[in-house]
Ligand binder design. Structure first.
Ligand SMILES: *Cc1c(COP(=O)(O)O)cnc(C)c1O
Length: 381
């Protein structure tokens, strides 16, 4: 059983095949349609399709004017991409510990890390549980910070009229990587309400060229003309990926419902085990359930032991995350000490993510349950 089996099938294959047969492979009409549909889904004014969430985060920081001399707050409990993009623009990521329950950025601790150089914060909606948008924007307002949300786990998530990606942040970045809640193989999306941020991101995703690629190739007359206004990047999404994304977007609600059902089944089946179960969403808030990460409590075996038992039963697992302050580049760069991040350091030793793909069958879910129960109750696995 793979850890994160993509939930893709004939409809995606058919749409990609059609895109290929159309003769237009790179960014074009399908990408524009995908952007409009995605923006409408999350309630954003603009959506800019790119090759990854990493690209979206980078473009957001660049468009927000973050640069050398600036500091950006980043939770240590995340993937390295959330912090590396801060280095891309020459600024300094300042790592912050997380809340014990949600494993999301601890805003109280973050206050203590704000300096007169802090310009932005990159909150991560860990596992797909949205951070409280009111607390987040209050924190940002109090300290005059821009907010660039890392929503790589958080599609779709939030409340009906306040989905992640449709709020008042500077920008939000989504991932369509192969393991994420919807996928285009590789891909990402930047959403924002800010016209200037969207316009800059559109220019910078394609070499700093002031005209969209579709516009350049389909316009009648003078189609060769363009200007370059900055040394931009090469982050545009292909129409083949967008074709797949449109199908996945149409299925996102059902796929989320399936993951939520699996999470409920796990939570019910694990209630009596020595496990700290994932934080649940407050009433009325929808959790994307990208991950189901449990932390062992005084269990008869440790995390590596549980990973081993599951592995021998043919069940792949993963660990989210190795906190950034324990990875050599980040640790050595800022002389970070494990004891300065007590929640993340302690959680890392105990955490394991179980499969929760919407493509899992009921039988597979029950097999995960019986194997975990066997390992933790000594009932023989
Ligand atoms: C996957 C992930 C990313 C990077 O997404 P890509 O689309 O692969 O660039 C960023 N942040 C978090 C928290 C992730 O899990």
């Amino acid at each position: 059983m793979p850890f994160a089996q993509p939930d893709v099938g004939d409809a995606e294959a058919e749409a990609v095949g059609e895109a290929i047969r159309s003769g237009w492979l790179t960014t074009g009409r399908l990408t524009a349609q995908f952007e409009q549909e995605f923006a409408a889904t999350v309630g954003a004014t603009h959506a800019v399709a790119v090759t990854s969430a990493t690209a979206a985060l980078h473009l957001a920081l660049e468009a927000a004017g973050i640069g050398p001399g600036d500091e950006v707050l980043v939770p240590t409990w995340t993937f390295t991409a959330s912090a590396e993009v801060v280095r891309y623009v020459g600024a300094e990521p300042v790592l912050v510990d997380v809340e014990p329950d949600t494993l999301a950025l601890d805003l109280e601790r973050a206050v203590g890390r704000v300096t007169d150089r802090t310009r932005a914060v990159i909150p991560v909606h860990f596992a797909g549980l949205p951070m409280d948008p009111v607390a987040l924007s209050g924190f940002a307002r109090d300290h005059g910070l821009q907010v660039v949300e890392d929503a790589a786990h958080a599609f779709p998530a939030g409340t009906g009229d306040a989905l992640v990606g449709g709020g008042d942040s500077t920008a939000t970045a989504f991932s369509f990587y192969a393991t994420k809640t919807m996928t285009t193989g590789e891909g990402g999306m930047l959403t924002t309400h800010d016209d200037a941020i969207a316009a800059r991101a559109r220019v910078m995703r394609l070499h700093g060229i002031d005209r969209d690629v579709l516009d350049r190739y389909t316009r009648v007359g003078a189609s060769w003309q363009y200007d370059v206004v900055a040394p931009g990047f090469k982050y545009n999404l292909t129409d083949m990926a967008a074709a797949m994304g449109r199908v996945q977007l149409g299925r996102a609600h059902d796929m989320r419902a399936r993951r939520e059902a699996i999470s409920r089944r796990y939570t019910e089946a694990f209630a009596d085990l020595p496990l700290q179960l994932p934080a649940r969403a407050p009433d009325g808030v929808s959790h994307a359930w990208h991950l189901y990460s449990v932390r062992l409590l005084d269990a008869p075996l440790d995390r590596d032991g549980l990973v081993d038992v599951l592995g021998r039963a043919g069940i792949a697992t993963s660990v989210h995350f190795i906190p950034l302050h324990l990875l050599s580049y980040w640790r050595e760069r800022s002389g970070l000490r494990a004891e300065d991040f007590p929640v993340a350091t302690d959680s890392f030793a105990r955490v394991v993510s179980l499969p929760i793909s919407s493509a899992l069958t009921d039988d597979q879910v029950e097999r995960v349950i019986s194997t975990v129960r066997g390992a933790l109750t000594g009932a023989g696995a």
